[in-house]
Design a protein around this ligand. Sequence first.
Ligand SMILES: Cc1cc2nc3c(=O)[nH]c(=O)nc-3n(C[C@H](O)[C@H](O)[C@H](O)COP(=O)(O)OP(=O)(O)OC[C@H]3O[C@@H](n4cnc5c(N)ncnc54)[C@H](O)[C@@H]3O)c2cc1C
Length: 467
Amino acid sequence: MADYDLIIIGSGPGGYVAAVRAAQLGLKTACIEKASRLGGVCLNVGCIPSKALLDSSEYFHLAKNHFADHGIKTDNLTLDLPAMMARKDKVVSDLTQNVRGLLENHQVEIIHGVARIAGPGKVEVSSEEEGARTLETKNILLATGSTPIEVPAMAFDEDRIVSSTGALDFEEVPKHLGIVGGGYIGLELGSVWLRLGAKVTVIEMLPKIGTTLDGQVARTLDRILKKQGFEFRLNTQVKEAKVSGKKVKVTVESKGEQEELNFDRLLVSVGRRPNTQGLGIEDLQIQTEERTGLIIVDETCQTSVPGIYAIGDLVPGPMLAHKASAEGIAAVESMAGRAGEVNYDTIPAVIYTAPEVASVGLTEEQIKERGIPYCVGSYPFTGAGRARCMGETDGFVKLIAHSKTDRILGVHIIGPRAADMIAECVLAMEFGASSEDIALTIHGHPTFAEALQEAAMSVRKCSIYAG
Ligand SMILES: Cc1cc2nc3c(=O)[nH]c(=O)nc-3n(C[C@H](O)[C@H](O)[C@H](O)COP(=O)(O)OP(=O)(O)OC[C@H]3O[C@@H](n4cnc5c(N)ncnc54)[C@H](O)[C@@H]3O)c2cc1C
């Protein structure tokens, strides 16, 4: 008799959500976590602390630069960075405690230790307190997530040359922060420190920032962030970074020319790699992608070895918390004999800059590449009454629909509250909606979402307010 129906390795948003759902479905479940706190990267050093700092720094920026527009005087405004950090830490510790409570309430056994697969249906867990022991289980779910990629020529010391984890914990605002990589992590953490007073330079090898974004949105984001003070060094490669006293000397190369840049701190955010080392997957010959090391799974998240599943940052697809959770649910549903699948075509993606960027579905470039006939409707936030009231008029909504069927193919929003507005578009795409469905849906007034309705109307050239 197996000790468990399911052992989950990793308690991030993939693992802990899967654990709760498995318990709801009646599976005797254990969740093994090597860190002292539950919640994985997302809660401890990812989504949550970064958003806590983005919100705090945005308040600071607004108080400093925009409250006066509303007739609010903020003379003698000061920054208490330790208090801001303490607030962030409290948000994190409250949420990780909530995850513990959630698992306990569902009778999920929480085991602290480092786990590896010891064979089919066998998981070995080791901890300092209890040593090594082997547990037997019917199913195994791997949810060990990912870690920042470390480039040898700019190795992390987590003081001067930092990963995203170090950049969430600076003790003082750097005078000049260098960021290697113009992806969402670099842009979000760059926004935090820029708003708090740092000069921020982003070095990106490719010709644009936010490479996965719709081109028009990426260009707008580039323009808005530059206006805020970001410096972008595009088509520029970092050759080497060296710490010298309190400075980081960075050698970059662009168009064959080398140059040395000096920063107070350097954030290297060039991507993440799956945590598969030491998991025992090679011994069982679990298939992985050669180039990325990601674990190959079928539509139910089962690996090439029956009874072993993998989800989240370990498997192909966007490295996002909500994708990990959706896969966790799909995997345990199918273990329990129910239908479980993830619709990869409707996973929203958000960048929490100001303004926010949110998208779902195909970009215009991808649609062109696939030769799909399409129509575009777009609407600027300058035309939305609510945006005017709030003084947040940067950006637009762009909705792309099939020109024959009118089915929505993709929505790309850069603007205030884009992260929340995209949910309506995800639902619409899940239901196979047309642009006309959104155009005919009554949206409250005055709201930011009216810009989405106007963009949908303008697909068929019947926007009320567009010129
Ligand atoms: C700075 C930053 C900001 C981010 N912001 C967002 C955001 O706004 N929205 C979003 O959707 N995503 C965001 N992400 C990405 C998101 O955090 C990840 O996609 C998500 O955490 C992946 O979840 P997961 O469950 O696959 O793994 P993780 O969250 O990485 O959890 C894996 C867990 O497994 C544990 N573990 C690993 N190996 C073992 C082992 N052998 N034994 C036991 N335990 C083990 C780890 O300690 C960890 O707790 C952000 C990431 C970063 C770094």
